[in-house]
Design a protein around this ligand. Sequence first.
Ligand code: G3P
Ligand code: MG
Length: 255
Amino acid sequence: EAEADDHAPPALIAHRGLSAHAPENTLAAVQAAHEAGCGWVELDVQLLGDGTPVIWHDSGLKRCAGVGGRLSRLDLAAARRLDAGRWFSPAFAGEGMATLDEMLALIERLGMGLNLEIKVGRGRDAEALVAAALPPTLQRLPSERLIVSSFDIRALRALRGMQPDARRLRLGLLYDRAPRTWLAQAEALDAYSLHVDWHRLKPALARSIAASPYRLLCYTVNERNVYQRLRAWGVDGAISDDPLRLDPEYARLAS
Ligand code: G3P
Ligand code: MG
């Protein structure tokens, strides 16, 4: 495993908030994670057409807001009219799309940790997203309660360019499958962690990453037997829609 790290995130991080029990990437999902005893959440950030950073996973609006169109065509006034909760359950009707600023204020108030995923849509400007998302995040959250990750290497390089001190900004390399060059990439970026899809992770690779200075997280782990197997391979932690399903002791330990 990675070297002893007093400020390491907990082994379980709630994916898009507690997305098994509340509409993903909303304030309600983060509140639910907190109430369940999860100290950390993973959330996706993107830009609206007017440059406002918001917490949203898809490039489109259909799945989580029930309307046609693309996020990149909205301005904030139009985004405010969307319902981002009703698709999940009528109990969450009226839950809005959160801006990054609103979400950071909640996370700060709750004293939680954040894995912010910089979600660069196809054809979208990685540097503009980083320039809009990083300053307010660094302003609100202490470095030990933040990991910023991305699949997009341009975004990661821009983040490191804006904040060269790896103790001040911990970066996570996101992979569907870690490439053979993972170690060189992690070194070049001065990364903190690798976040990989568990479906494609083999034990030999897990063990070599776990033996490196970089932490290894897997997404999206929702079954207890999978989680236990990954931990036995040396995986440091998992990003899960429902952390309590993986470890029923978790809430008690976290509180
Ligand atoms: O950050 C881990 C995971 O969220 C990456 O995939 O599609 O759920 O954002 P996705
Ligand atoms: Mg994500």
